[in-house]
Design a protein around this ligand. Structure first.
Ligand SMILES: NC(=O)C[C@H](N)C(=O)O
Length: 339
């Protein structure tokens, strides 16, 4: 029997039309293009149902509410399909992929996000290949996790990051190998896949206040004093290299102390594309250690943000959130022992 995939269209360049203001989403446009693509009727491509979101969004406008909607839709339709493909803008696709990986626990079927840099309506585009290959993987391959397919590679969703604003190879997975490569042949890398779960459990995110702060030379930490309120539940620092931050002789310590006493979870990621943030490797990470910060190791910032939303939406106390933040929950981090 022909496999069946659920195609959730949230917006993004892939389905955009030309307008006088530039590319923009258009209702019904995806359906009309797909119905003209004869290749989708091939036996090799799974059957699919298209579900168009209203409104269709540029992914810059996707937020916690849309993440929850996508996750709920998948949970609701889970038994009806062999796999799920989510059409999504590239700008925040890695965030949505990370968020879904935490919200959907115990997957036994593929959930694949894809999109494109050039819309389907253009003669020269990357949309057609991304769409058809994502549908084929979702229908025919055993990939029981949330993934992102782009530019011929399938990545673990919470390991992917957007690396180019205009190349057709727009994503990378700097700290984890691709799950599958779609070259002349489709090659799946079974050794790096997650194991299938027994039962799908949905955890909805709540809209907690979270911040991301990128460190740069000359940063004046006092500027950030006002954001360190009790409402701020978590903050991800994009620190230098292995998790380092400039010594500030007072102002950094003051804001970190304020965060700590407010019960804000402090997470330290690296601003490098590859490698890990490990508090304690250099003396310049001591301020973080003194404030009880959690090392994010090789998590992407996208994964760290999604994981914070996930853990803060549960009824955990601060110590549990911190401990789980440093624990690999969905394949989002590799843990190293410091020698
Ligand atoms: N290539 C794209 O999809 C970019 C678009 N601005 C979006 O993220 O929705």
């Amino acid at each position: 029997m022909r496999k069946k995939v659920c195609l959730l269209h949230t917006g993004g360049t892939i389905g955009m039309a030309r307008t006088e203001y530039g590319y923009a989403p258009k209702r019904g446009f995806m359906q009309s293009i797909l119905s003209e693509m004869g290749e989708l009727k091939s036996e090799e491509v799974p059957e699919f149902d298209l579900i168009e979101y209203d409104p269709l969004l540029d992914s810059s406008n996707i937020s916690v509410r849309e993440w929850v909607k996508i996750a709920k839709d998948i949970k609701e339709k889970y038994d009806l399909y062999d796999g799920f493909v989510i059409l999504h803008g590239t700008d925040t696709m890695a965030y949505t992929a990370s968020a879904l990986s935490f919200m959907l626990e115990g997957l036994a079927k593929p959930v694949i996000l894809t999109g494109s840099q050039i819309p389907l309506c253009e003669i020269r585009n990357d949309a057609r290949d991304n769409l058809i290959t994502a549908l084929m993987i979702a229908g025919h391959y055993h990939v029981p996790e949330v993934c992102l397919f782009f530019g011929n590679e399938l990545y673990r969703g919470n390991r992917a990051t957007k690396i180019s604003a205009d190349d057709l190879i727009a994503f990378g997975s700097p700290n984890y190998p691709p799950l599958l490569e779609a070259g002349v042949r489709i090659t799946i890398n079974n050794n790096v896949l997650k194991e299938a779960g027994d039962e799908l459990i949905l955890s909805e995110f709540k809209e907690n206040q979270i911040a991301v702060l990128k460190i740069f030379p000359g940063i004046q930490f006092e500027i950030f004093e006002n954001i360190m309120t009790e409402k701020l539940k978590g903050i991800v620092f994009e620190a230098f290299g292995a998790g380092n931050i400039p010594e500030s002789h007072g102002s950094l310590e003051r804001i970190l102390k304020k965060a700590e006493s407010n019960g804000t979870v402090i997470v330290v990621c690296t601003q490098c594309l590859r490698g890990s943030a490990m508090i304690g490797q250099y003396a310049t990470s001591m301020s973080f250690a003194n404030a009880g910060a959690v090392g994010g190791y090789d998590m992407t910032v996208e994964a760290a943000v999604a994981k914070l939303y996930y853990l803060l939406s549960k009824d955990y106390d601060l110590d549990q959130v911190k401990r789980l933040m440093a624990t690999n929950l969905r394949g989002e981090m590799s843990l190293y022992k410091m020698s």
